[in-house]
Design a protein around this ligand. Structure first.
Ligand code: UGB
Length: 601
């Protein structure tokens, strides 16, 4: 084009590639040379970045896009040729003997693991303006999701290597960010000294966005706010595999004798409660891939894990997204689609996108694929002719699709955990959450926080504590069970056997109560709690509480209006705030033995 500025050889190659790929429209409105040359060069910088960050480059991206757009227009089911059936997995019941055996095996093995948090999503559905990992996981302690995750990994690290006094190899944490979340995640970590992790123990790896497409021919879309740039959008959490492959970390981990990589998502405060046992399942069953799952209501907006059998006899156990499972069932002899069975749940377990991969087979597979994952496209068409889009689209990929390219010899399994124990994501804004049909979980900040209290209450109940049942309340138009506000630090109660060892005697807690235990070696042998009690002990303090009676006016839950802008956003999205009316603080600042016996407060 006569309107191109002076270009380097690489830029000329990129320009040729774009023209050959039918993208000449990108240059159509370029002014003559000498005008806006800096913008034109920036355009080529962007094209070079898009080219390098996609396996196979932009040409491969456009070829894949054209094929997927044609399939989408033709209404082709990505699983056509496959028949779904209910797969076998390991079902765990919290607290029973099997659960505790798996937990023990998982804790031992945790020192050979690495954790990967995918946190590149902006959370448009939640409508929160900050990064989601900075949100409080609950408002009794206000510990953020990221803080909770890191503290739990550190607790696992200590427990796995036999206690904090032993030299341990730090368990690495990778956080995949995006342009939308990178700076704020980095800042959150810096402001909080990595929440206790060593400087090089936590690594941020940024995923790049991909080019948007404006039509079925795969024409690249220009950015509506800058006609010298291609519009880009996130490619999905599936990028985590290529990002890890390109980072070189996987081979480093292998040299460090690591065996497992655990992937997890940004806003599920319960997620680590099932991790030790599920890692134990991976170890004892020697699984290449283990997906964590929960019981799922039919049509609930989480993917279903299914066994898919192809006409040619091949099989795979894979997540089928909720919008694909129902049509797939209907087209394969199940006219009612995805329905609840006598258990009250869909027979297809719900994928919670916590994945445990065996590192050795993961490395082998990525050597072949370089981390590329089967993609999909989801254009919003203007009308039934499917010839034009309402807005630009792009290819997307999901991290749980990794097993789709694995050889049939791979051991792919899953572990079903009880929902109350393992799954309470914070994804939906108050308006959308209020519309979720009664009986289905609203997956909001309101339900996410209440689920923490419920899980901790039920775990203590199983350990023998008498816990008064919940009250049903409504906040932000969502009905929730309100259990006593019980929270403990990961070091106190990492596993069920930890909790059982630390709570003895006759203990009872009323519904209005708050109990926070923040300290590793705190034993409670007899407690009557009707109010708020905070126990905080420094590391190495050994606190033994016997026959303690605490009664006060506690913290009260006060409804707030989600539309009231005078209330901080992180509170508004819950629809309630906690208000202090009475509390008892037991603070142990010295690293020594302290006994509290027969006291009423
Ligand atoms: N994420 C990224 O890191 N990068 C991206 O480009 C996009 C997201 P969503 P989704 O467990 O409830 C998934 O949007 O995709 C991160 C499963 O596909 O919250 O709707 C993002 O920051 C689905 O099968 O979830 O659904 C977040 O941490 C079901 O299991 C994570 O990816 C569902 O999660 C998930 O992103 C669920």
């Amino acid at each position: 084009s006569p309107n191109l500025p002076l270009l380097s050889d690489t830029q000329i190659k990129l320009a040729r590639m774009l023209v050959q790929e039918g993208q000449i429209h990108l240059f159509e409105n370029w002014p003559k040379p000498g005008v806006r040359d800096a913008d034109k060069l920036r355009f080529f910088e962007q094209v070079a970045k898009l080219d390098i960050s996609y396996p196979g480059g932009l040409t491969a991206y456009l070829q894949n896009a054209r094929k997927l757009l044609a399939d989408s227009k033709a209404g082709k089911n990505p699983f056509s040729g496959y028949v779904p059936s209910v797969p076998d997995g390991v079902k765990l019941v919290h607290g029973d003997e099997k659960f505790m055996q798996y937990e023990e095996a998982g804790v031992k093995e945790a020192q050979y693991s690495a954790f990967v948090l995918v946190a590149g999503g902006l959370g448009e559905r939640l409508g929160y303006s900050g990064i989601k990992v900075a949100l409080p996981s609950e408002t009794t302690t206000e510990n953020s999701f990221l803080q909770l995750y890191i503290k739990t990994i550190l607790a696992l690290q200590d427990a796995s290597s036999g206690g904090q006094n032993q030299a341990v190899k730090p368990i690495p944490l990778v956080i995949m960010t995006s342009d939308d979340t990178h700076k704020k995640t980095d800042q959150l970590l810096k402001e909080n000294n990595n929440f206790g992790m060593l400087p090089d123990q936590v690594v941020l790896l940024k995923q790049e966005k991909v080019a948007c497409l404006s039509d079925n021919n795969g024409s690249l879309a220009l950015d509506p706010s800058n006609s010298f740039l291609i519009q880009t959008k996130p490619h999905g959490h599936g990028d985590v595999h290529s990002v890890l492959y390109n980072s070189g970390l996987l081979t480093r981990w292998q040299h460090e004798s690591r065996k497992w990589v655990l992937f997890f998502q940004d806003t599920n405060a319960l997620l680590f409660k099932g991790v030790p046992a599920s890692l134990g399942v991976s170890v004892l069953k020697d699984l290449d891939v283990n997906s964590l799952a929960v019981n799922r209501k039919a049509k609930e907006a989480i993917g279903g894990i299914a066994r898919l059998t192809h006409e040619n006899g091949s099989e795979m156990v894979i997540n089928v997204e909720y919008n694909q499972l129902d049509p797939l069932l209907r087209s394969t002899g199940h006219p009612e689609g995805d329905i609840n069975i006598e258990t009250g749940f869909s027979p297809f377990p719900g994928n919670i996108n916590q994945l445990i991969f065996k590192l050795s087979s993961y490395i082998k597979e990525l050597a072949k694929t370089h981390g590329a994952i089967v993609e999909f496209v989801n254009p919003k068409y203007k009308d039934a002719s499917k010839t034009s889009f309402k807005s630009s689209t792009r290819l997307e990929c999901m991290m749980q699709d990794y097993p789709r390219t694995l050889p049939t010899s791979a051991k792919v399994g899953f572990t079903v955990l009880e929902t109350w124990l393992a799954y309470a994501p914070v994804k939906n804004n108050p308006e959308d959450a209020a519309k979720v049909p009664r009986g289905n979980p609203p997956h909001s900040a309101t339900s996410g926080e209440m689920a923490v209290y419920k899980a901790n209450s039920l775990i203590l109940r199983k350990a023998g504590v008498l816990i008064e049942g919940p009250k049903i309340e409504s906040y932000n138009d969502q009905e929730v069970e309100v259990w006593p506000r019980i929270v403990w630090s990961p070091k106190w109660g990492l596993t069920f056997s930890d909790v059982k060892k630390k709570v003895k005697g006759h203990c009872q807690i009323s519904q209005k109560s708050t109990l926070v235990i923040d300290g590793e070696d705190v034993t409670i042998d007899g407690l009557a709690l009707d109010g708020a009690l905070f126990i905080r002990a420094v590391a190495c303090a050994k606190v033994n509480i016997q026959s303690l009676h605490v009664s006060n006016d506690a913290w009260k839950i006060i409804p707030v209006d989600s539309a009231d802008n005078s209330v901080p956003e992180k509170i508004r999205i819950r629809g309630f705030k906690l208000e202090l009316h009475g509390q008892q603080l037991l603070l142990f600042h010295q690293p020594r033995q302290c006994n509290i016996t027969n006291v009423s407060m």
